[in-house]
Ligand binder design. Structure first.
Ligand code: ATR
Length: 282
């Protein structure tokens, strides 16, 4: 009998996870099936109990449940606890254990597209929401020290920096301050929703002062190349969209459930096919 996995979210119809994971099960000849479950916030508690009762072997968690699921699980891994958000749940000895693979997914994609030794980079995070927090805390937990944060609402960036439980040298900046000191950064990570459809022309900040050769990553992958990435490329940056982060956060979850490493190139291709586009990173 196939083991059942899935993703819970609301809405969930457009999730790329089912096609990506089901293809990985097929490729590895594993008896698994992955389904998207549309769970309303008011049904979350009942859903988590029900998933254990019907024997679901593991699942992903997406918006709006990443934080609210925490008190409903049996254990939380330390990094997920620090971030305050879970995107992957495994079942171990009858217990639901929550992890956050978003930040490590981002790092794996960065290592593949750029470099593996990030400790000496000067990083600028754009945004201070949930995605920024996962990336910030994960980078800091892996020894990346110099990570500044710029955000529309300065206090939110300050709050994020003050709460980081890992060693980091962080200045919280306004968007204007970041724009005027952009030449000091070697890695810029765009974590906001600015540039997503339908407002595809919007960008979070001007790149006038950016140095050519800077690596610019945008966690958005739909559109494949945001206006921000286009502008960065025109100014001589190396660019990366969010597809790699999405693929690797999924691959890390798959590994936790099955003990096997899926083919991430194959995963990338199947998501691109599903989105009907081309790959800006290759
Ligand atoms: P997520 O969990 O997906 O990161 P979030 O917590 O809502 O989403 O955070 C969204 C981020 O995008 C925040 O940094 C937000 O800035 P504020 O803290 O000032 O709200 C940023 N953001 C969203 N829309 C924006 C806009 N139009 N201009 C500037 N920043 C924006």
């Amino acid at each position: 009998m196939k083991k059942l996995y899935g993703v819970i979210g609301h809405p969930i119809a457009h999730s790329m996870s089912p096609v990506m994971h089901n293809d990985a099960f097929t490729a590895l000849e594993l008896p698994g099936y992955y389904h998207a479950f549309n769970i309303k916030p008011e049904d979350l508690e009942a859903a988590i109990k029900g998933m254990k009762a019907i024997g679901i072997a593991g699942f992903n968690v997406t918006i709006p449940h990443k934080s609210t699921i925490i008190p409903l699980l049996d254990e939380i891994a330390p990094l997920a606890e620090a971030i305050g958000a879970v995107n992957t749940v495994i079942l171990k000895d009858g217990k639901w254990i929550g992890f956050n693979t978003d930040g490590h997914g981002f790092m794996s994609a960065l290592k593949q597209d750029w470099k593996s030794d990030l400790q000496k980079e000067k990083v600028l995070l754009v945004g201070a929401g949930g995605a920024a927090k996962a990336i910030y805390y994960t980078l800091a937990s892996e020894g990346v020290l110099s990570i500044d944060i710029c955000n529309r609402t300065l206090e939110r960036g300050e709050h994020l920096a003050a709460g980081c439980p890992f060693p980091a040298e962080t200045n919280a900046l306004s968007l204007l301050e970041a724009e005027s000191s952009l030449d000091q950064y070697t890695l810029i990570i765009q974590t906001t929703s600015i540039g997503m459809s339908p407002k595809v022309k919007d960008t979070p900040l001007s790149l006038n002062k950016m140095k050519p050769g800077t690596f610019v990553s945008d966690i958005i992958y739909n559109p494949f190349k945001t206006t921000f990435l286009q502008q960065a490329q025109e100014k001589g940056a190396l660019i990366q969209n969010g597809l790699g982060m999405f693929v690797y956060q999924g691959a890390l979850a798959f590994e936790k459930w099955t003990g096997l490493t899926p083919d991430t190139e194959r995963m990338r291709k199947i998501v691109i096919k599903q989105l009907g586009g081309y790959d800006v990173n290759r």
